[in-house]
Design a protein around this ligand. Structure first.
Ligand SMILES: CC(C)(COP(=O)(O)OP(=O)(O)OC[C@H]1O[C@@H](n2cnc3c(N)ncnc32)[C@H](O)[C@@H]1OP(=O)(O)O)[C@@H](O)C(=O)NCCC(=O)NCCS
Length: 146
């Protein structure tokens, strides 16, 4: 996926670390005929914090009223079959159960932008972000449909 999609931009050299989030509010996988084909997680906060702050300003909510959808990956062989929608519904359902509003940052120019817009997520603004390795990237802040 990293080679094909450029996602994740960073963290691909430590996949267990990328996918194992000690602070996760939940994480889900999708399987098809016994094969792992997708993953998503929900966290209480985002890296960088600027994504949360932007979403909080847009929604006029404190940061502890928000949570973050992250680590959404669908295997290339299982794309455009609705797996992403199912995973997103699972994560959003947990967020709502916890009384939190889900938000996220998505790499500008990735196919995921069209995916989230198709799912009704609201675009807030693009943010310049520096990755832990010092790379400058742009992430677009989205908030879940009201
Ligand atoms: C983005 C991603 C998770 C979508 O997963 P998916 O299972 O293929 O998505 P779905 O089949 O549920 O798509 C639902 C709808 O979203 C839209 N959509 C999904 N991927 C799209 C793409 N690459 N380009 C344009 N629209 C897209 C379509 O409208 C699609 O419905 P349709 O297939 O009936 O036209 C997947 O492409 C992926 O893993 N990408 C690489 C990793 C990534 O960028 N993750 C997000 C990080 S924030």
């Amino acid at each position: 996926m990293h080679a094909a999609d450029g996602y994740p931009i960073y963290g691909a050299d430590d996949l267990p670390g990328f996918l194992t989030l000690p602070d996760a509010l939940g994480s889900w996988v999708a399987t098809s005929e016994g094969e792992l084909v997708g993953h998503i997680a929900l966290r209480p906060s985002a890296e960088p914090r600027a994504i949360m702050e932007s979403a909080g300003r847009f929604l006029a909510l404190p940061l502890d009223a928000l949570c973050v959808v992250t680590r959404l990956l669908v295997a290339p062989v299982a794309r455009r079959l609705g797996v992403g929608v199912l995973l997103l519904e699972a994560a959003v359902g947990r967020a709502r159960h916890l009384g939190l509003v889900p938000v996220l940052g998505v790499d500008e120019g990735s196919g995921a932008v069209a995916f989230y817009e198709r799912c009704g997520w609201r675009r807030v603004e693009p943010l310049a972000v520096t990755t832990p390795s010092g790379q400058e990237i742009v992430q677009v802040v989205y908030v879940a449909p009201g």
